[in-house]
Design a protein around this ligand. Structure first.
Ligand SMILES: [Zn+2]
Length: 220
């Protein structure tokens, strides 16, 4: 059972990915991790990516695809996988289709985690971070035990510039501009499903399992 997860920052798809990976013993491929691994391992592709990242430039689609596929090839033979954070653009989605056909690696389900924009803004702008130990809290879903103080190291919590309402709105606009077309691209496929990710974590997880079951997944 190979899965693709789509969803904006704040949709909770990372949490759902962890739960699913655990339940079905999937390999969890997050694009961020794959990038870091390639850079650290100093592979050819890793060196190229490092160049873009160091200059603060966006990594081009074909390079993103190449590094994800390099990892998928090595993993798909051994273990079913969950792809998280890829594809991010329609061109990447097309790359994935071509790869899947050529390598006979089937994508069994594409799951979209849908949350209304105002709910995402509420969730993301409620984040508070500890600059000292990097722990992240959320005033709504994971408040610190004492107001404004880190549970782990007692340091003062701050709101990162990334998490202010203004910047969050901007990030979501960018995400929407790139990703809304992907949803159109996948719409109508029988392995594409959408879950309402504004519900509580446990409810969303049940919905995901239900949707997978409706697709006959995981196969017996
Ligand atoms: Zn701390």
């Amino acid at each position: 059972m190979n899965l693709v997860f789509l969803g904006p920052p704040g949709s909770g798809k990372g949490t759902q990915a962890q739960k699913l990976v655990e339940k079905f013993k999937l390999a969890h491929l997050s694009t961020g991790d794959v990038f870091r691994e390639a850079i650290k391992g100093q592979t050819e592709l890793g060196k190229e990516i490092k160049g873009f990242v160091e200059q603060g430039k966006l990594v081009p689609d074909e390079l993103v695809s190449a590094v994800v596929f390099e990892k998928l090839r090595s993993i798909a033979a051994k273990k079913p996988f969950l792809l998280d954070g890829y594809p991010r653009t329609v061109d990447q989605a097309k790359d994935l289709d071509r790869f899947s056909e050529k390598e006979k690696i089937r994508i069994d389900a594409i799951i979209n985690f849908a949350v209304a924009a105002d709910e995402l803004i509420k969730r993301l702008s409620a984040r508070r971070s500890c600059p000292a130990c990097k722990e992240v809290f959320n005033l709504v879903t994971r408040p610190p035990k004492r107001k404004g103080v880190c549970d782990k190291c007692d340091g003062p919590l701050i709101q990162r510039a990334d998490d202010t309402e203004e910047v969050v709105k901007e990030r979501l606009l960018v995400y929407d501009a790139q990703t809304a077309p992907i949803l159109d691209y996948y719409q109508g496929r029988n392995n594409f499903v959408s879950v309402d990710a504004s519900n509580p974590i446990s409810q969303v997880f049940l919905d995901v399992l239900f949707q997978l079951k409706a697709l006959g997944l995981p196969p017996l």
